[in-house]
Design a protein around this ligand. Structure first.
Ligand code: F0G
Length: 482
């Protein structure tokens, strides 16, 4: 483990890698940041990267690659059909997940499209620990519906539950009996639940859910996109697995699942995706959809260079030194913020640091998007862009009213092995200033609202001149140029 004791300093996460390629960053003065966020419709997805100092939007496709990955990319076997690179990736995926069949896809949601089209029919219900935006959309587009059966602790913002991502077994069984086995095409476990703060699932919970699935003959599907962080937490938080190696823990999880898919933009620290199964009939059904939606069966929308990088990235995902950086930096970030009494999700999870916007800016009306307002304010005062993970990421109710999210969060992603501890301390310091001046943050309203996944490209405006007032106070305290 890389978190080791120090002699004089308090212990810190210690990087088990060195930086050999760098990218220059810009930190625009606050007046230019104000202009940039207004031009982006107060939506951090619409900011231009050149206007961003720390890009904490996501870990998707932004993890740092290793020298081994970059080297492998240079020897990719480029071919539309039958590339040796594909067979290498297929071999690694089958080994990593212990399954017989592998299908390539260009990213995680592409796998979800293939899986939903193959398995979900009108009226179906898919139980899961927590939904992910794209997953839910694909299931709904096929006429199905998502039912979340998370444990009560999952949406308690502050908790000491080590595995808030776990499924509530009683709720799951009750739901299956209520809707009828024939309407449950599969049960989905998201390993590392994204929308509630990268919270992990215990191996024991996977085994228990698998037992219920077997009892009713329902396939168990695992979304392994965030599995590296989850494996780290299984090793450090789950007593029965502390003495096990990462490959052993991964095997216990994979063996319990019938279908596994992943976004290699996260898992594998490259770009791509894939599905693995043991069921030949299911594989054959999905296989025909790959050339329709993705590309030929031996690339599935990925470039051969990316396939090489994914293959090496998956092998590196078995190395605790490679996968501990993210969760340990997030833990350190959380420790600093907690020392300033800033409301965050606890225990810290994977993927990123999650702020509790409902408490940070509780004075803003829920319909005026607390998380989205906070994320715009964070960009203004720091140049860091985070992501809204709250009501704005939900769809409206059928009657047009807002569906208020169960958690109103701001995610500051820490793409793996990208940022330094001084950058983490900088953003923590700006958050401390913002928290002390939080009364200046106001709400947002839509000026352009897409009907599907509005958070991606929707445009908003402040409901008052709060952004100008926040900027004025910032300049009073820090001067004009920061
Ligand atoms: N499943 C999970 C758990 C995810 O976090 C994501 C993506 C996907 C599926 C879809 O994968 O992006 O490759 O199509 N999460 C990204 C994020 C978008 O920023 O959290 P994808």
């Amino acid at each position: 483990m890389s978190r080791i004791k120090f002699y004089k300093e308090q212990s810190l996460p210690l990087e088990m890698h060195k930086v050999r390629i760098i990218q220059k960053l810009n930190l625009l003065p606050i007046d230019e940041r104000l202009k940039a966020i207004k031009e982006a419709g107060c939506n951090t997805f619409l900011l231009r990267n050149k206007d961003v100092y720390l890009d904490m939007l996501t870990d998707s496709g932004t993890n740092a690659m290793s020298d081994m990955q970059l080297g492998a990319m240079m020897v990719a076997d480029d071919a539309y059909a039958g590339s040796e690179t594909f067979y290498k990736l297929e071999r690694v995926c089958k080994k990593f997940f212990g399954k017989k069949y592998f299908l390539p896809a260009h990213q995680g949601r592409a796998c979800e499209n293939i899986l939903a089209k193959t398995l979900v029919k009108s009226g179906d219900v898919v139980p899961m620990n927590y939904h992910f935006t794209t997953t839910k959309t694909h299931i709904q587009l096929c006429g199905g519906r998502v039912e979340e059966v998370f444990i009560d602790e999952a949406i308690k913002i502050t908790s000491d539950c080590p595995f808030k991502g776990n499924i509530d077994l009683q709720k799951l069984e009750k739901l299956i009996l209520e809707v009828g086995v024939e309407h449950v095409p599969f049960v989905r476990i998201e390993m590392g639940t994204n929308l509630i703060g990268g919270q992990p699932v215990s191996v024991q919970n996977v085994l228990d859910v698998s037992g219920i699935c077997k009892k009713y003959n329902i396939p168990l599907m695992i979304d392994a996109s965030l599995m590296t962080d989850n494996l780290y937490f299984n090793k450090v938080r789950e007593p029965a697995f502390m003495d096990k190696s990462i490959p052993e823990i991964a095997k216990s999880i994979s063996d319990a699942a019938d279908i596994i898919y992943f976004s290699a933009r996260k898992l594998g620290s490259a770009k791509g995706g894939g599905i693995v199964v043991n069921d030949k009939a299911l594989f054959d059904k999905m296989k025909v959809l790959i050339p329709v939606y993705e590309g030929f069966l031996t690339y599935g929308g990925m470039s051969t260079r990316e396939m090489e990088a994914v293959a090496v990235g998956l092998e590196e995902a078995m190395d605790i030194d490679m996968i501990s950086h993210g969760p340990e930096f997030i833990e350190e970030f959380a420790r600093i913020l907690a020392s300033y009494n800033i409301p965050i999700v606890t225990p810290p999870g994977g993927l990123g640091l999650h702020l509790n916007a409902r408490e940070f800016v509780g004075h803003i009306k829920e319909e005026e998007y607390q998380s989205a307002s906070l994320v715009a304010a964070i960009y203004l005062v720091s140049g860091a862009r985070g992501m809204e993970r709250g009501t704005l990421s939900e769809e409206r109710n059928p009657d047009g009213s807002e569906h208020i999210a169960s958690c109103e969060l701001v995610r500051l992603a820490l793409p793996r092995r990208v940022f330094t501890l001084s950058q983490v301390r900088y953003i923590a310091d700006r958050l401390a200033w913002l928290y002390d001046n939080r009364h200046l943050i106001g709400g947002l309203r839509f000026v352009e609202e897409p009907s599907v996944m509005r958070f991606f490209i929707g445009r908003l405006e402040p409901t008052s001149d709060w952004q100008e007032k926040l900027v004025a106070k910032f300049k009073e305290d820090f001067g004009e140029s920061l």
